[in-house]
Design a protein. Structure first.
Length: 71
């Protein structure tokens, strides 16, 4: 299982995946708004989303757990 933690704080602008979705390495999972810039987060591996810990509009902090992917 791979845990995706945030590298910076911001607001979840767009969530592009949900629990149960299959993703490929490099797919954009969600986009954060950080200081009026869009920061996309890509899947580091191919697999199935087993948990989503964020929602659109959430303010999130650095090192917060966002998603979990099972390969």
């Amino acid at each position: 299982m791979t845990k995706i933690e945030l590298e910076t704080g911001g607001t979840v602008w767009k969530l592009l995946t949900k629990k149960g979705d299959r993703v490929e390495e490099g797919d954009i999972l969600f986009i954060l708004e950080v200081m009026k810039m869009e920061v996309p987060y890509e899947a580091p591996i191919s697999g199935k989303i087993i948990a989503v810990h964020i929602a659109e509009g959430d303010f999130v902090e650095e090192d917060q757990l966002a998603l979990e992917i099972a390969d």
